[in-house]
Design a protein around this ligand. Structure first.
Ligand code: ATP
Ligand code: SKM
Ligand code: MG
Length: 174
């Protein structure tokens, strides 16, 4: 399979962490739309949102998605990539979309341990657990709509990689 693999899911589900390990397992390239924007603009998500609002950030991440999409890459997307119908359709048409799904409490525990506030400015102004519950309620259907496969991402990263490989009927490169 040479199609790109897109990882979607909420903040903290492991799109970046699992994406790096998956790309390594498949001997593929890895790109991350949040990191792409950071490198290209020299601005964090918080900086972009402060200057351009969330609409500005969302427009930039759609452009980033188009720019990084190529054969044989694993793409870790931002947690809100699925909000735009056009992004969901683009990913489904261009590649294979994997939803890394984990319960709210696991996501909250991970984000509290490593908040990275510059890349994860508040979406709701609420405490982290409340925010995640609210965001998952609003987006669960969108992650599922976008996805070809839903993978339990509550396990350790290597186990999640193995589950993705099994869903794709793909073997580790070496
Ligand atoms: N499967 C896992 N098991 C344990 N910890 C994990 C797992 N996946 C990710 N983590 C940890 O959770 C934190 C968030 O992971 P990561 O940055 O990969 O999430 P993300 O889905 O890319 O989030 P974002 O949408 O904000 O980019 C990191 O500190 C990472 O080490
Ligand atoms: O869930 C979200 O809306 C976001 C997740 C992060 O990956 C970043 O893309 C940004 O902080 C927005
Ligand atoms: Mg990430």
């Amino acid at each position: 399979m040479t199609q790109p693999i897109f990882l979607v899911g909420a903040r903290g589900c492991g799109k970046t962490t699992v994406g790096v390990a998956l790309a390594q397992a498949l001997d593929r390239g890895f790109v991350d739309t949040d990191n792409y924007l950071l490198t290209r603009t020299n601005m964090s998500v918080a900086d972009i949102v402060a200057q351009e609002g969330w609409d500005g950030f969302r427009a930039r991440e759609t452009q980033a998605l188009k720019s990084v999409t190529a054969p044989d890459v694993v793409v870790a997307t931002g947690g809100g990539m699925v909000l735009a119908e056009g992004n969901r359709q683009f990913m489904r048409e261009q590649g294979v979309v994997i939803y890394l799904r984990a319960p709210a409490q696991i996501l909250a525990d991970r984000l509290e341990a490593f908040p990275e506030e510059g890349q994860r400015p508040t979406l709701t102004g609420k405490p982290i657990t409340d925010e995640i519950v609210e965001v998952l309620a609003a987006r669960e259907a969108l992650y599922r709509q976008a996805a070809h496969h839903v993978i339990d991402a509550s396990h350790a990263p290597d186990a999640v990689v193995d589950a993705v490989l099994a869903a794709l009927h793909m073997a580790r490169a070496s």
